[in-house]
Each structure stands twice: as C-alpha cells, then as structure tokens.
Design a protein around this ligand. Structure first.
Ligand code: PEP
Length: 248
C-alpha cells in the first residue's frame, strides 16, 4: 500500500491564482514520488476550477453532509463530491468537531455515506490534551470506537484514519516519536478489538499535527505511520516537497 501525504488547505487561499499555484506544487512533487499517494483538499469553491488538471493527485473534500439530498442549506453531499471529481473526503476534523459540534455519531455517518458513494473517508480523531493521568487514552478509545460505529468489517479496509492530537495542530508542537509510537499501538489495539487482527492490520493510519519539513523524516520513520495529514504546510512548496519525500 502506498503511503499517503494528504494536504488540508483549510480556508485558504483567497483567490484562484494562488489555489492553482498550491495545486501545482502538490502535483509536481507527487509526480516526483509516484510511490506516494498525494491527496489535496482545497476549499470547495475552487474544486471545479482545479479538477481538469489534478492528476496524479487525489482530490479531497474537507467535509461532507450526513444527508443524501433535501433541505440542508450550505452542505455538499457525498454524491455531489464524487460527481465533481473528489475521491477522498476528510471527516471529523477537530476544527469541525469544535466549531460545528460534530459528534462521533455524525462523523461515523459521514464516513459511511462517503463509502456508499465510493469516496475514501479520512477519519480524524485525537485528544485535546495529554494529561499525566492518562485520561486521554479513554477519550481516544471512545472517540475512535464512536467514529467507526457504522463502518462494517468489510469496509474497514476502505477507510483511512488520521490521528491528530489537537494540541499539536497549528501550534508547532509536534508529538515525540516515542509518544506517537505508543499511541499507534493503542490505536492498533482498538482496531483489533473492533475488526480483528487481520483487518486491523490493513487500516492505514496517518499522523497530523504540525508536520513540517524539519520533522517529517523522523515522524515518517515511526513504525505504523502510513502517512501524514498536513494543514499549514500545504501552501509552502518547499515543505510540501520535504513532506512527500519523507514518505517515499
Ligand atoms: C490539520 O489541520 O489537520 C493539521 C494537521 O494542521 P497543521 O499541519 O497546521 O498542524
């Protein structure tokens, strides 16, 4: 399985020219490293302009509705995302959980509806704090189990997980390699509980949280890391280059 470098553009940039430049960098380094699957998640209004020239990058949406159609103002359905050329969608990003009150149940529904439409959901989860008492372990377990509730055994090989400790997102405070390794073991154990060992071993787990050029190599070398979900560095070509190269 190819490792994945997924770039979440968030609410940037403000114009199509810069959006084209960002995608150009993703494509350039994706072509230089065909053994890495590069995934790019622009703001929805730019998708239509970018789709004609996206290969070999996989186009990704930053969110999806839990609904198929109907009276749900401001949303995009999984079928619509597929129709405009998306093959991935991020669900349960911590910013959506915090700003829009998305629950594990909603996240699970979003992942399920994405799978029904042939999209690969990148399911995000992560603790907001790493307390000394280890309560974050219970929180991670609960969050992951809740977010996977509607994902069947059969579909478990079609999802991608993104472990993103909230305290590391956009802060420059990346996780240590030891802590990442032990957390990946915990995640794997939870997956074994849910899906059994054979299926659990097939689930790709990305790390997200201040991945930059200076720490990508050491984080990529942690056993169990299947790739990265990157926010801020997505718009910086030199960082994009180093991050993709670290996974090659
Ligand atoms: C993210 O938004 O998912 C993220 C990981 O952001 P950053 O890389 O900026 O920490």
């Amino acid at each position: 399985m190819k490792k994945i470098a997924a770039f979440n553009w968030k609410l940037k940039p403000t114009n199509i020219k810069e959006a084209q430049a960002t995608l150009r960098a993703h494509k350039k380094y994706a072509k230089a490293h065909p053994d890495v699957q590069v995934v790019s998640a622009p703001p929805m209004p730019f998708v239509h302009k970018l789709i004609s020239d996206v290969s070999p990058v996989g186009l990704c949406a930053q969110d999806v509705s839990t609904k198929f159609d109907g009276a749900h103002t401001g949303q995009s359905s999984a079928a619509m995302l597929r129709e405009v050329g998306c093959s991935y969608v991020i669900v349960g990003h911590s910013e959506r959980r915090a700003e829009f009150g998305e629950t594990d149940t909603m996240v699970s529904k979003k992942a399920q509806i994405a799978l029904e439409q042939g999209l690969t959901p990148i399911i995000c989860f992560g603790e907001d704090d790493r307390d000394a008492q280890g309560r974050y372990v219970d929180l991670l377990t609960e969050q992951l189990k809740g977010s996977l509730e509607l994902i069947s055994d059969k579909n478990s090989s079609k999802i991608v997980l993104a472990y993103e400790p909230i305290w590391a997102i956009g802060t420059g405070a990346s996780i240590t390699t030891d802590d990442l390794f032990s957390t990946l073991i915990l995640i794997k154990k939870i997956l074994v509980d849910i899906y059994g060992e054979r299926r659990a071993n097939k689930v790709q787990i990305l790390y997200g949280g201040s991945v930059k050029d200076h720490n990508a190599d050491e984080l990529a070398a942690v056993p169990g890391v299947s790739g990265f979900l990157v926010g801020g560095a997505s718009h910086k070509p030199e960082m994009v280059k180093a991050i993709i190269a670290s996974l090659a």
